[in-house]
Design a protein around this ligand. Structure first.
Ligand SMILES: Nc1ncnc2c1ncn2[C@@H]1O[C@H](COP(=O)(O)OP(=O)(O)OP(=O)(O)O)[C@@H](O)[C@H]1O
Length: 250
């Protein structure tokens, strides 16, 4: 299990006071704007001074060298070529999985470009490649999907499962959580309001089903049984989306 236990904020104002444990795999850290997700990751990563900070796996403290952190944006030098920027980080931080990361994020054709001339999404791909190149025990990723087109969004989502053993990422996209997360932590007012398996949130869901030209949308507290019932009545299930998850994320 991964323990995150942090408290802190800005200029003496306590913004986050949170302690939770999640299992191995991918954890989605979600919650409305301003609820403290970025602050929590910054405290956990050690880039923001904390009033309290403990990050541990199976009771053993995670050292800074065992942790990778992706900020929301920034950190790249606009005057550098993509190739040189990547080389710089690989030399400083290590790049055990550099070929995989470069391929995944389609950077081969951007190597000779200046960072300052990249689009927002292309720049994000470089930032992601730096972090994905590292082999670490814990990854803290702040909005890794932001600004990416559908192709790279899908690539990054499937890569999250390979990064392991522990990956925490923030997002405002319920579909991304549904696709990849095993665990969900909901933050509200700087505190966790839900910590648990995604499956626990899935039970209550909205189901869209079709029978010929007829489309029905039903909300159910036991989505799997309801979907089975509709299927038995000749409906094709088109979508099951967690109503609870959407509610918690806003
Ligand atoms: N640099 C800062 N200085 C002062 N207050 C800040 C700073 N950054 C964030 N805050 C405040 O801390 C609180 C939590 O912000 P934070 O960015 O952690 O939320 P978030 O959940 O990541 O939001 P979002 O979903 O909009 O990215 C907000 O009230 C915000 O105004």
């Amino acid at each position: 299990m991964l323990l995150i236990d942090v408290a802190g904020g800005y200029k003496g104002r306590l913004v986050v006071d949170a302690a939770f444990e999640v299992g191995p795999g991918v954890t989605a850290l979600v919650g409305p704007n301003g609820s403290g997700k970025t602050t929590l990751l910054r405290l956990a990563a050690g880039v923001l001074p904390a009033a309290r900070r403990r990050v541990a796996v199976e009771g053993a403290e995670v050292r800074p060298g065992d942790l990778a952190y992706l900020p929301t944006s920034g950190g790249l030098d606009p005057h550098m070529l993509v190739r040189d920027e990547l080389e710089f980080y690989w030399q400083v931080l290590g790049g055990e999985r550099r070929d995989w990361a470069v391929g995944l994020l389609g950077l081969k054709e951007l190597m000779g470009e200046k960072v300052g001339r990249l689009s927002h999404g292309q720049r994000r791909r470089v930032e992601l490649a730096i972090v994905f190149s590292l082999k670490r025990r814990v990854y803290l990723l702040d909005e890794p999907l932001k600004g990416l087109d559908v192709q790279y969004k899908d690539a990054v989502l499937s890569a999250l499962r390979e990064l392991g053993p522990y990956v925490i990422f923030t997002t405002h996209e319920p579909e991304a959580v549904e696709k990849v997360a095993q665990w969900v932590v909901v933050i509200r007012g700087g505190k966790p309001s839900y910590v648990g398996a995604l499956a626990g949130l899935r039970k209550r869901a909205v189901i869209r089903a079709r029978r010929g030209g007829e489309v029905v949308t039903v909300e159910s507290d036991d989505a799997d049984s309801k979907a089975a019932e509709l299927a038995a009545a000749g409906y094709t299930i088109e979508e099951i989306s967690s109503a609870e998850l959407k509610r918690l994320m806003t």
